[in-house]
Design a protein around this ligand. Structure first.
Ligand code: ADP
Length: 468
């Protein structure tokens, strides 16, 4: 393997200023990383869960102590407001640690199984055995949370971990690496590789015992294919095109607020962003009017008080512009925001929130993942039509149903093809670490969080005993 030591400059998307230079992990070091992870495995997996949790507590305390500093790095690297960094990157990670500290011992201990009459005299149980070395490849939109949560679950279950954070937000990658060092995790238990696609592909090409990937559908398929050739198990957390279905008896103001939050938080760069809104026709006009009024009250910037930050990744702007141009060309009406030909961006990527009406499913904006601050709205007439529109998508990550009629909500929720359905709210499914999280259809394979979040990183071993 050729040793190439690449350096790359990092620019903040919110200021356009150069903020650091990063050394890429040389490809020649990858074998060394795997050797180190394999060497550390027997010591780490040989600890009891409680012994491992000591390091998690240290990490949690360090994170609380350094919250502001970590938020600053995330905000600078992504262009999101600091509040968003705290609320949606750091807090969910702390919550995941808390969940692990509370539940890991029980979730990973032997589970006694009942013995059928036929096998009388024998006893059975299931053991959870760490798999080995887990490769975690993560994206740039929530660069802290989406790397930390799988890393922590894999390590709590006794695996060693190699993490490859996104090259788009490398300072966050460096920051996470430093935090694990400061928490004193033993050498080789959690290592980081810094770099881009080629590095990710080379890491995948080795022999990790499990791959946990969060990112685009396109890359997820490449990784899934590479893993399948070697029978390496994977979790793929991919994209979404999440619908909100709003019936006429919904609380109008709450639904409007949720649409704004769901579509524009993190500038829409959220896998479970609200990317489609279907409103019952009698509610359509009042919904649109209130939405247009409120969208103008949102502030943009990276201060604690700001609602929306900048986009993170310039290439994403091209996709957003392409979807908008396609929609506008086919008759969509811009209800709020600025069309792409009038964007003035320079070195920063602040996009004002965009609201569209007169959209339909022939447009990219309604069937491809936009991953930007765009909210398209469609009117519907019947419950069946709403379900059919919501399900008319290649994706199925999250959905929400809005109505005061609980029976109707339950009926619609049960028919939506989606990894999670939220009734009268949006985005919050991810906040409950007791719930499995993941997607249907092109949104991915596998579920994490909850008991499964730990057990997925283990071999389940069934043991039967005859007392002899
Ligand atoms: P995005 O970050 O835009 O969601 P990707 O899905 O391409 O886009 O990236 C997610 C993560 O996957 C990043 O860490 C990236 O470096 C990594 N990556 C991209 N291509 C590959 C690949 N072929 N093999 C392994 N990792 C990859």
């Amino acid at each position: 393997m050729e040793e190439v030591k690449e350096r790359w400059k990092v620019f903040s998307p919110a200021t356009g200023k150069e903020i650091a230079e990063i050394d890429e992990t040389p490809l020649a070091e990858i074998n060394f990383l795997y050797d180190r992870a394999h060497a550390a495995f027997s010591g780490w997996s040989g600890l009891t869960v409680s012994e491992r949790l000591v390091y998690f507590k240290k990490l949690r305390l360090i994170m609380v102590e350094q919250m502001d500093e970590i938020a600053e790095v995330i905000a600078m690297d992504t262009g999101k407001p600091k509040t968003e960094a705290i609320v949606a990157d750091i807090m969910p990670t702390l919550d995941a640690i808390r969940h692990i500290e509370k539940h890991a011992v029980k979730s990973l201990s032997k589970q006694k199984a009942t013995t059928p009459l036929l096998l009388i005299g024998k006893s059975s149980h299931v053991e959870y055995m760490a798999r080995g070395t887990v490769l975690v490849i993560s994206p740039w939109n929530y660069p802290f949370q989406l790397a930390m949560v799988p890393i922590l679950n894999a390590a709590a279950a006794g695996n060693t971990v190699i993490a490859k954070p996104s090259e788009v937000t490398p300072l966050v990658g460096k920051c996470m690496e430093r935090l694990f060092k400061e928490a004193g995790f033993p050498d080789g238990v959690i290592d980081f590789a810094h770099g881009g696609k080629a590095l990710g592909a080379t890491l995948t090409d080795q022999n990790p015992d499990y791959i946990f990937f969060t990112g685009s559908v396109r890359t997820g398929k490449i990784i899934g294919e590479a893993a399948a050739k070697k029978l390496i198990p994977v979790t793929l957390e991919l994209g979404g095109k999440d619908p909100m279905v709003i019936f006429e008896d919904a609380n109008l103001e709450r639904a409007v607020n949720a649409a704004l939050w769901g579509a524009f938080t993190n500038s829409g760069q959220v896998c479970m962003s609200v990317e489609r809104v279907y409103v019952e026709r009698s509610m359509y006009e009042p919904f649109l009017m209130l939405l247009k009024e409120k969208v103008n009250e949102l502030t943009q910037g990276t201060e604690l008080s700001d609602d929306i930050g900048s986009m993170t990744y310039p290439e994403q702007l091209t996709i957003v512009a392409d979807h908008l141009e396609d929609a506008l060309k086919r008759g969509a009406v811009l209800e709020a925001g600025i069309p792409p030909d009038k964007w003035v961006l320079g070195d920063t990527y602040f996009l004002p929130p965009i609201v569209l009406s007169h959209v339909n499913h022939s447009m990219k904006i309604m069937n491809e993942e936009t991953f930007g601050p765009v909210l398209p709205i469609v009117a519907f007439d019947t419950e069946e039509e709403a379900i059919s529109l919501a399900n008319d998508s290649q994706f199925g990550l999250n959905s929400s149903v809005w109505t005061m009629d609980q029976a109707k909500a339950a009926r619609v929720a049960s028919k939506l093809v989606s990894g999670a359905v939220i009734i009268n709210d949006v985005l919050i499914s991810v906040a409950n670490h007791n719930l499995p999280f993941g997607g249907a259809k092109q949104s991915g394979i596998g579920r994490y969080h909850g008991e499964n979040g730990l057990r997925m990183f283990c071999h389940e071993k069934s043991v039967m005993t005859d007392s002899g």
